[in-house]
Design a protein around this ligand. Structure first.
Ligand code: CAO
Length: 425
């Protein structure tokens, strides 16, 4: 019977059992890995000194041990005995010098001697990561690039569990192939190598938004058409109306005008109030006008839908929009209030910015981004005059809409917003 003992590990003060590969009753071959020890200076894998059966194990993962402590006992298979190459105590007399048998890893950039493999199998980049020989061995067996594995061990050390998590994640990705497969994945970086980090869990809404946006971004060939509407008169009208209606508690917002003008443009250009059929046989034109409004909430982006916007007046549109945004922020929006949009408006006008490229909310084919209006110079034929200009950014699905149509759409939108009497036509 062999007794495998903790070897001399130099000046190390504390030695920890990092990994146990065997349990009582396991049959092992000579040089099979039994256990990984780690001190503050090195990791070492203890190979089996003989072929045989594990009788008892005296330690468990995480135990702190000292030189000479018993690790396990092994019943040798009579025929397979080989001169022991590990730290062992063969009863009654075969004690060997332990220092000769360690597979020491003085620094993480050295492959353990027990794993001599053709150089083609080596991963040069992985040498810079912090991982024990057992983890490295397993990574090689499964062809895992250790630089892609996120570590959870002390000082960025990659643990066995990290490898398992990595493999699980990769497998689950295969089960749910994303559209456009073949897109190279962004490498997962262990940011702890560069500084301290913190995990901030994403809300359910943010997770759903991430999935939806990713899907749209991959599926929809986006183009964004920019334009500017001169809303000088609109603003004068809006403000005068607000003064008149203040006592009734009514407030007309720029957004209400935007919705009204968009519905007008959607009626004139029906291909923007549509979806493209899979297989590209048809454009599905919708004869209803439901406008989604992007609303920022503490939990993330929510898009309530203003139904039948073509049948509503400016005040009603403004009130309903405010009510839906309120419900969204209070997390009281019913499910059906977020469905059925035919076109979306994302207004950042209350915040700032000059223009942006919104992502189409597929299966819709267009989305209007609205930025903050500003006073700018407009040439009237004789001089530059100060006017209030509203930046418009229309992103559209180029499969369904041509560039010329998009330019006509924004031109028309700008005309309507420039002279709201056109809304009556
Ligand atoms: N230019 C200049 N001022 C504007 C403006 C514009 N385009 N649009 C709105 N404003 C003004 C309003 O008149 C209001 O001013 P007063 O208080 O003086 O009347 C102020 O900005 C605040 O408006 P608001 O943003 O609260 O209201 P709104 O009706 O314009 O927008 C809503 C409502 C729900 C769209 C908005 O609150 C919101 O959540 N916007 C963010 C949307 C978002 O995150 N989009 C990004 C999606 S993609 O990631």
């Amino acid at each position: 019977m062999f007794q495998v003992l903790v070897p001399d590990v130099g000046e190390a003060e504390e030695i920890e059992i990092i990994e146990l590969f065997v349990k009582a009753g396991d049959v092992v071959a000579v040089d099979d890995s039994l256990i990984v020890l780690e001190s503050d200076k090195a990791s070492m894998e203890i190979p089996s000194p003989a072929a045989g059966v594990i009788l008892t194990i005296a330690v468990k993962e995480g135990d702190k041990v000292e030189e000479g402590n018993l690790i396990l006992t092994l019943e040798e298979e009579p025929s397979a005995h080989k001169e022991p190459s590990a730290v062992l105590h063969k009863e009654p007399s075969a004690h060997k010098e332990p220092s000769a048998v360690l597979h020491k890893e003085p620094s993480a950039d050295k492959e353990p001697s027990a794993h001599k493999e053709p150089s083609a199998h080596k991963e040069p980049a992985a040498n810079n990561v912090h991982a024990g020989p057992a983890v490295r061995k397993r990574a090689r067996e499964y062809g895992i690039d250790l630089t892609l594995v996120v570590s959870s061990g002390v000082k960025g050390r990659i643990l066995k569990e990290d490898l398992q998590a990595f493999v699980k994640k990769r497998l689950s990705k295969k089960e749910q192939p994303v559209s456009g497969s073949g897109i190279p994945a962004i490498p997962e970086v262990d940011f702890t190598k560069f500084g301290s980090i913190e995990y901030q869990p994403l809300s359910r809404i943010k997770r759903a938004t991430a999935r939806n946006l990713h899907r749209s971004w991959l599926n929809v060939p986006h183009v964004t058409q920019f334009d500017e509407a001169d809303i000088t008169e609109l603003e004068l009208f809006r403000k005068s109306q607000n003064q008149e209606m203040a006592n009734a508690g009514i407030k007309l917002t720029p957004l209400a005008f935007m919705i009204k003008a968009c519905v007008n443009a959607l009626i004139k250009f029906p291909q923007f109030n549509a979806s493209i059929e899979a297989g590209y046989e048809n454009l599905i034109l919708k004869r209803y006008y439901n406008v989604g409004i992007a609303v920022e909430t503490a939990e993330g982006l929510v898009v309530p839908v203003l139904k039948d916007a073509d049948k509503k007046g400016l005040v009603e549109l403004g009130n309903e929009c405010a009510a839906l945004a309120g419900l969204a922020r209070d997390k009281k929006l019913p499910m059906d209030a977020m469905q059925g949009a035919t076109f979306t408006i994302s207004s950042l006008g209350g915040i700032g910015g000059t223009k942006f490229t919104p992502i189409v909310n597929a299966p819709e084919v267009a989305i209007l981004g609205v930025s903050k209006s500003k006073i700018g110079p407009v040439w009237d034929g004789e001089a530059f005059i100060p006017r209030t200009l509203l930046p418009l950014s229309l992103s559209y699905d180029h499969r369904a809409i041509d560039g010329a149509e998009a330019a006509r759409f924004t031109t028309y939108l700008a005309q309507v917003l420039g002279d709201v009497r056109r809304l009556l036509l």
